[in-house]
Ligand binder design. Structure first.
Ligand SMILES: [Zn+2]
Length: 557
């Protein structure tokens, strides 16, 4: 997961701490190019396409969004049914826990990922859903055996994880004194001390978007200064001796993450003049790409099946974690939503009925009625692969569906945790935002989930949004975020921030670590997220037109 524009998002290799980019509107002849090259598309095409879209969907008073209130009123009962249904079962948590517990890490190129995808696909089919696979070639980085030890002034095993895309240590350990630095600037000042040393970046967490630069660029910076390896303090706001994985940019020296505690230990030793020496051994290597797949599950629209509301999360995880929060939750609510509460499986339905047994018959009847819900345009859930170390799933989706981009109303990603929903983060035109605010006001006000804020997006939908599709992400708040004394992150929160920020969320306590397991998650919060996202998706799919678009911005890398 990654980092958004303010910049406070979760992100991976392609982190989203991004500057403005014109949102491009898809043209029929568009061929999506390489991940970092959207230039296959010429300016004149953009201009013409923008004109066309703007004529098609601009929100002129009285048309077509003049009917907005009428439409929202017409789906009020449907939405109530969705919220009741999605809120009344713990099926999402049970599915998530089963996948995490049974298949373990779902790293690209591993059998764990493929078995998990097979399982989810089979369960979706048992639910009677329309599910298809779309092939994706994914990178295959293999960690191999690895270890780090402090060998002087005392012996101590350092908890570590090699960073994705790192090279190994060449079949033998690297034994070298360390140089601890606090920043790239600090390394520049001490450049003449770096030669032959393992450079340790002991950089405190500020925000994911800012601090992750050391994980990405630490190895190359160490190599440029003459260092023989890089050890990077884990990018987390809180630590219990847990190393956190992630990718590094390609570099000529190996790189690994160590814990906050051990980075501080080495820094203290250096300050005292104890000259710590570390032994680092890594067998990491990059093998040829292998084939995996995105899973696409959808309900065709009743009136405009060619127009799409897309939403998703990623099914893959790092290799050292069961990936419950990142992003099992996002993937599972995608599954849950794919039938927006409409086609719960028999088991799910029975579970729901049991939960609702003490409720009124009317509730159950409305729920049963909701099984027949079919939105006006197609709603499509995507379980992306390879978000963590390549974003190939998001890239491939944009390539495969390039011809649909001018008919895709919005792309919504859930990859910031499935804590208490707060609303939607959105990147698009002010007209589109106003419509979303009306939807939130109509259906989610009472629950406090209606807020539309800036900086929507995420790794998986980035490539779709870069082609002109309005971009959003499910906004969540972690109740562990607070100014209370029990919040270990409160001291790193930027001054003057009104509400807790994503950067200080407990999301990053567990992110990319072995501690990201289902016990950290709340079944109730998962259901709230499902209810909230289902509401947004269903309402957007029920509008007269796709969301207006025009010159908007996403944050490319
Ligand atoms: Zn993620």
């Amino acid at each position: 997961m990654f980092k958004r524009g303010g910049c406070d998002l979760p992100g991976e290799a392609l982190c989203f701490c991004i500057v403005s980019l014109l949102i491009l509107i898809e043209a029929p002849q568009l061929v999506v190019g390489d991940q970092n090259d959207m230039s296959g598309w010429h300016l004149s095409q953009k201009v013409e396409a923008n004109k066309e879209i703007s004529l098609h969907s601009a929100s002129v008073p009285g048309r077509p969004f003049g009917r907005l209130q009428e439409i929202l009123q017409s789906i009020k009962l449907d939405v109530e049914q969705i919220i009741v249904a999605a809120s009344s079962t713990d099926v999402v948590f049970e599915r998530l826990a089963y996948v995490a517990d049974t298949f373990g890490p779902r790293f690209s190129g591993t059998s764990g990922l493929e078995l998990a995808i097979d399982h989810i696909k089979a369960e979706m089919q048992r639910d009677g859903l329309s599910v298809t696979e779309e092939p994706v070639m994914v990178p295959r980085w293999v960690r191999g055996a690895e270890q780090a030890r402090l060998v002087s002034p005392r012996n101590k095993t350092l908890a570590m994880v090699g960073l994705g895309d790192s090279i190994g240590t060449g079949g033998k350990p690297i034994v070298a004194p360390v140089l601890v630095v606090s920043s790239f600037a600090d390394l520049a000042l001490r450049r003449n001390e770096a030669a032959g040393r393992i450079v340790v970046f002991n950089t405190p967490f500020v925000s994911y978007g800012e601090t992750v630069d050391y994980r990405s660029g630490g190895a190359a910076a160490a190599a440029a200064a003459g260092g023989v390896a890089a050890l990077v303090r884990s990018v987390t706001s809180f630590s219990l001796q847990t190393p956190h994985a992630g990718t590094t940019d390609k570099a000529s020296v190996p790189a690994a993450a160590i814990t906050v505690e051990d980075a501080e230990l080495l820094a203290r030793m250096q300050r005292r003049g104890q000259e710590p020496v570390v032994e680092l051994y890594m067998e990491a290597q990059t093998l040829p790409d292998v084939q995996s797949r995105n899973l696409i599950v959808e309900i065709r629209g009743s009136e405009r099946p060619d127009e799409v509301v897309m939403f998703g999360g990623h099914i893959d995880s790092w290799d050292i974690t069961d990936g419950a929060i990142d992003d099992g939750g996002g993937a599972m609510i995608t599954w849950e939503l794919s039938p927006p509460a409409a086609s719960l499986s028999t088991n799910s339905l029975l579970s729901l009925l049991r939960v609702k047994a003490s409720s009124t018959c009317g509730d159950v009847i409305r729920l049963l009625h909701s099984l027949g819900l079919q939105p006006r345009r197609t709603v499509r859930g995507v379980l992306f692969v390879n978000e963590e170390n390549g974003a190939r799933g998001g890239q491939q989706y944009a390539r495969d569906h390039a011809s649909e981009m001018n008919r895709t109303s919005i792309a919504i990603e859930t990859d910031a945790g499935t804590f208490t929903p707060y609303g939607l983060e959105f990147t698009g035109t002010s007209e589109a935002r106003a419509i979303l605010e009306e939807i939130g006001r109509a259906f989610l006000s009472e629950m406090g989930l209606r807020h539309v804020t800036d900086s929507g997006g995420g790794t998986d939908v980035y490539y779709t949004c870069a082609l002109g599709v309005p971009c959003a992400s499910l906004s969540v708040l972690d109740p562990r975020e607070s100014d209370g004394p029990n919040n270990p992150c409160r001291d790193v929160r930027p001054q003057g921030v009104g509400r807790p920020t994503f950067g200080t969320s407990a999301y990053f306590w567990y992110h990319h670590s072995a501690a990201d397991t289902p016990d950290k998650m709340s079944p109730q919060q998962l259901q709230q997220c499902a209810a909230s996202l289902a509401t947004w998706v269903y309402a957007i799919a029920s509008l007269d037109e796709i969301l207006p678009r025009g010159e908007a911005t996403v944050r490319p890398q």
